[in-house]
Design a protein around this ligand. Structure first.
Ligand code: MSP
Length: 471
């Protein structure tokens, strides 16, 4: 049994959760469930990133105090995580007093690598990110994600000397000491690392008030990313407690837009603290809607609660774990979602369950229990975080089972040889139960229902309501 620590990016609390926010949670949860199935002990963090100008200014626009606004939205994310049936073990808010104090202690430990200097350059509040001259020029002075001109800054900041750690970070990435997935993102990070500048880690209080005070300098507040990244270890109790039971993290799940913070800034902080780097950084693509980036100005932001209400949570998990490619950008449309529900969940799986259970009832076949050993292909895909591919693989087993029923025609066998029919049906039940294990990390509730129907020692009875009703 191994100890596994799984981390998710902590969202800003400047609005409601949208469908894109589900990705970190769903991928991390799939991995957590998979590792538990293998018998491992899993610790799994979620939380909210509450400081910074972006949250502060949105609170003001909404006529609320920032504390009140952050608390309200943090609760919405917490409710969302619960609604998604995410099996987290730890929740952090970056406004927690323990987190704030621990961040200050982290700062103090990093002081040999910190210096003060003038920053003269650009900033994007949407990304909460300092922008290099090169990026400024490449983007023509406008943030491509937020479509807003970069803000000019001239201010005194503290810097973290990235140059102290660059060679080690490169080495760890190249040798997969800290593995970046997928491979093309790893190459991207290695290119970025070439001219990665030292990182500004504070802002003057006049420019940023809503944040963690820099210890020993009342005029400065910590840059929100330093505070946010630290959550992955402060939640384990660092530096008050020894964290080696669960650190380094086994896997950190992040969207492609924040990969650089997790593969350059974060490793630099960890190396400065003499801590190991995470074992895997898994970078997922973005969810688009009708082929476009979701944005309030286009008005195409999809509310995840509406999606869940349409066909239930399992359909939501199904769509985003199978039809959203784990690593590439993927599209959501209501039409694709409805089709996946009707043709795949309801037809392939729902009908299979109903049909097989009905045949079992007629032929008085009893349920049973099976122990599944995962195939090497499946273990490799799950171990490489290729979840959408592993889900496809599991689904072919469902399709094979449908084909197998059609070919073996147990209803015809029943007319001539009831014993043979019983045997065929028992084997089909075994196959369904074993296939269910492959689905368990993705569709936990569906698999429990399948087990309720086929995993008891009594005569199998079809469920009163189908698993995926047609609506
Ligand atoms: N607060 C930072 C993360 C700090 S982690 C120490 C942040 N927050 S965020 O709210 O903008 O994003 C939270 C997560 O949601 C990120 O992993 C981000 O990539 C992901 N997504 C935001 N929009 C998304 C899509 N449209 N699609 C998929 N994931 C998306 O960044």
């Amino acid at each position: 049994m191994s100890k596994v620590y799984i981390c998710t990016a902590i969202p800003y609390v400047n609005g409601n959760p949208h469908i894109g926010h589900a990705m970190d949670y769903l991928l991390a949860d799939t991995y957590a469930r998979f590792r538990r199935l293998l018998g491992d002990e899993v610790r799994f963090q979620v939380g909210t990133d509450e400081h910074g100008n972006k949250v502060f200014s949105t609170a003001q626009k909404n006529g609320k105090t920032v504390e009140e606004y952050a608390a309200e939205n943090s609760q919405k994310f917490q409710d969302f995580v619960n609604k998604l049936n995410i099996t987290y073990t730890d929740v952090i808010r970056t406004t927690d007093p323990d987190h704030i104090r621990r961040c200050q202690e982290i700062w103090q430990k990093l002081t040999p690598h910190i210096y003060s200097a003038e920053y003269d350059g650009w900033y994007c509040e949407g990304c909460e990110s300092f922008v290099t001259k090169k990026e400024y020029d490449e983007n023509g002075g406008v943030c491509s994600d937020h479509k807003k001109p970069y803000e000019k800054l001239s201010e005194t900041n503290y810097y973290l000397r990235i140059s102290d750690f660059k060679a080690e970070i490169r080495h760890q990435i190249e040798t997969d000491g800290m593995k970046i997935l997928p491979e093309f993102r790893k190459q991207e990070v290695l290119r970025l690392l070439e001219d990665a500048p030292d990182i500004s880690i504070s802002r003057p209080r006049g420019q940023l008030n809503w944040g963690v005070p820099v210890p020993g300098d009342e005029t400065q507040v910590m840059y929100v990313w330093l505070d946010a990244l630290s959550n992955y270890i402060t939640i384990l109790g660092y530096p008050d407690h020894e964290i080696s039971d669960f650190w380094p993290a086994t896997a950190q799940f992040v969207g492609k837009d924040i990969l650089r913070f997790h593969t350059i800034t974060w490793p630099a902080i960890l190396l400065g603290l003499n801590l190991d780097l995470p074992e895997n950084i898994v970078s997922h693509g973005h969810i688009l809607v009708d082929g476009q980036k979701m944005s309030k100005s286009i008005g195409n932001v999809v509310d995840p609660i509406a999606v869940i209400e349409r066909h239930g949570l399992e359909a939501f998990r199904y769509y985003f774990l199978r039809h959203a490619d784990t690593f590439a950008d993927s599209d959501f449309t209501w039409e694709k979602f409805d089709n996946a529900y009707a043709n795949e969940l309801a037809n392939d799986l729902g009908n299979l369950v109903q049909r097989l259970a009905t045949l079992c009832r007629k032929n008085e076949v009893c349920g049973l229990k099976v122990e599944t050993e995962f195939s090497p292909e499946y273990l490799t895909m799950m171990g490489n975080f290729e979840f959408s591919k592993a889900f496809d693989y599991a689904w072919t087993k469902i399709q094979d089972l449908n084909r197998s029923i059609d070919q073996q025609k147990p209803w015809e066998l029943a007319k001539t040889s009831p014993e043979k029919a019983k045997l065929v049906l028992t084997n089909l039940v075994k196959d369904l139960l074993s296939t269910s294990s492959y689905l368990e990390a993705f569709l936990p509730d569906t698999v429990s229902r399948i087990l309720e129907i086929f995993g008891t020692m009594e005569i199998i009875t079809p469920p009163a309501t189908p698993l995926f009703p047609k609506n």
